[in-house]
Design a protein around this ligand. Structure first.
Ligand code: ATP
Ligand code: MG
Length: 384
C-alpha cells in the first residue's frame, strides 16, 4: 500500500488530437523541473500519471502550481484485488467521519473480473457492514464521495483528498510575450493569466531613477520572482525611463504627457521583444479603469506596436482582478506603497479622448528613435 499523487490534467489537453503528445511531454517536463531538487518518481498506470515521493507535501505544493494541471489527488494505491480495495475503501470512509457516502468506480482494467457497477455495490455493502450502522448511503448529496479506480493497481480516494490546481495549458506551448510589469496590482495578474494559457513570459519594467526609488524596483523584482514560482525562469528587463519622460515633459503639452509616455512604453516593449525574439506584448490594462485606459487611449498606444498586444484584463472589474492577485500571492507585494513612474508625472487634467493624429504630431518634435534606442541600450536584465 502506497500513498501517491494522482495528476489530473486539464481536459483541454485531451482535445489536442495529434498534438496531445507534445502537450503531455511539455507538461511532464515542467513537472520534472519543479521537482528536480527532491526525491520523486513519476509512475504511469494505463495512461494515468502518479507522483511517488518521500516528500508528498512539498511535491503537492509545487505541482499544484504547474499550468495544465486541473487537480491533484492524494490516493492510496493497493493491489487490484477485491480484498485490498474493499479494506482501503472502508478505511477511507471511516477516516472521513461522514454520516453519508456514495461509491463511484471506474474500471479501466478490463481483465478485472467484476464490472464497475458490481464493484461499487459490493464496496457499499462492505462499508455499511464494517461501519455497523454508523453511516448510510446517499447517492444524491453524499458527505463522503468514495472513488475507486481499477487499473494495473487499485486506487482509492475521497472528495477530501482532492487538491485544486491552477489549470490552464502547459507553460511554453503557446509562444511568448513581453509583459509590461509595473509594481501595481494589475500587471502581475495579466502576466499570470497569459502564462496560464501556456505563453512564455518576459518582463519589462520602466524605471525612473531618481524619481522612482530602488525600493520600487525591488518590488517589481519581487513580483517577477513570484511569477517565476509558477513559470520557472523569468527575465526582467529594467529600462531607464527618466530621459524619455524628461524629453516629453520639456517638449510636449502637459495634458498629453501620459498618453505620449504610454506610446513610448509600447515602442520600447516592442523593440525589446524584437531583440529577444518575443512574439507579442501584454499589459495589465482594463477598459475604462483610468484616464489612459479609455478606448481612445488604448487605440493611441496600440498605434506604436508592431506586434499583437494582449490585454487579458480588458473586461475585468478591479475587484475581480484583486481577487486573483490575492489567490496567486502577488497582492501583498503590489500594495506596498512605493511610487510608480506613471504617478510621478501625472497631468492635472489628462486627455481621456486623445486623437491619434494630434498625438503623432505632438511627439514629432522628439527624436523618438534615438530616445528608444538609448533606453534599450541601457536596459539591465535580471533573471528570476
Ligand atoms: P498596474 O496595476 O498593472 O500598475 P494600473 O492600473 O496602475 O496598472 P497604469 O499605471 O495605467 O494602470 O498602467 C497600465 C499598464 O501599463 C500596466 O498594467 C502595465 O502593464 C503597464 N505599466 C505601467 N507602468 C509601468 C511601468 N513602470 N513599467 C512597466 N509597465 C508599466
Ligand atoms: Mg500602475
Amino acid at each position: 500500500m502506497k500513498k501517491l499523487i494522482l495528476v489530473k490534467y486539464a481536459p483541454e489537453i485531451f482535445l489536442k488530437g495529434l498534438n496531445k503528445n507534445k502537450f503531455e511531454n511539455k507538461l511532464r517536463g515542467n513537472i520534472e523541473k519543479k521537482l528536480k531538487d527532491i526525491d520523486y518518481k513519476i509512475i504511469t498506470d494505463q495512461g494515468r500519471w502518479f507522483i511517488e515521493s518521500e516528500n508528498l507535501e512539498v511535491a503537492i505544493d509545487r505541482v499544484k502550481r504547474v499550468f495544465g494541471i486541473k487537480e491533484l489527488v492524494l490516493v492510496t494505491q493497493v493491489e487490484a484485488t477485491p480484498e485490498a480495495i474493499y479494506e482501503e475503501a472502508l478505511n477511507k470512509v471511516k477516516a472521513s467521519n461522514a454520516k453519508t457516502f456514495k461509491v463511484e468506480t471506474n474500471r479501466a482494467n478490463k481483465k478485472y473480473p467484476k464490472n464497475s457497477m458490481e464493484v461499487s455495490r459490493e464496496i457499499g455493502g462492505y462499508v455499511l457492514k464494517g461501519m455497523a450502522g454508523g453511516i448510510s448511503v446517499d447517492v444524491r448529496n453524499p458527505e463522503c464521495l468514495l472513488k475507486v479506480e481499477i487499473r494495473e493497481f487499485g486506487y482509492v480516494w475521497t472528495n477530501k483528498d482532492i487538491i485544486k490546481a491552477v489549470g490552464g495549458l502547459p507553460y511554453g506551448m503557446n509562444g511568448s510575450t513581453m509583459l509590461m510589469l509595473s509594481g501595481g496590482i494589475d500587471s502581475p495578474v495579466a502576466g499570470y493569466l497569459m502564462a496560464r494559457r501556456g505563453v512564455e513570459l518576459n518582463c519589462v519594467y520602466y524605471h525612473s531613477h531618481p524619481y522612482t526609488s530602488e525600493r520600487a524596483k525591488d518590488k517589481v523584482k519581487e513580483l517577477a520572482k513570484i511569477l517565476a514560482g509558477y513559470t520557472g525562469k523569468v527575465n526582467l528587463n529594467v529600462v531607464p525611463f527618466t530621459e524619455i519622460q524628461m524629453a516629453i515633459i520639456e517638449k510636449c503639452k502637459e495634458d498629453e504627457l501620459t498618453i505620449i509616455m504610454r506610446r513610448f512604453m509600447m515602442r520600447v516593449a516592442c523593440k525589446l521583444a524584437e531583440k529577444h525574439k518575443v512574439q507579442s506584448v501584454s499589459t495589465g490594462e482594463s477598459i475604462g479603469q483610468v484616464a489612459s485606459q479609455t478606448m481612445e487611449g488604448l487605440i493611441v498606444s496600440t498605434d506604436c506596436a508592431d506586434r499583437p498586444i494582449f490585454r487579458p484584463l480588458v473586461t475585468m472589474d478591479k475587484e475581480d482582478i484583486m481577487d486573483i492577485a490575492r489567490e496567486i500571492g502577488t497582492y501583498e507585494t503590489s500594495i506596498l506603497p512605493y511610487e510608480d513612474c506613471c504617478t510621478i508625472f501625472v497631468p492635472k487634467h489628462p486627455k481621456t479622448k486623445p486623437r491619434l493624429d494630434d498625438m503623432r504630431k505632438s511627439e514629432s518634435v522628439l527624436d523618438i528613435d534615438a530616445l528608444v534606442d538609448k533606453a534599450i541600450e541601457e536596459t539591465e536584465v535580471f533573471v528570476f
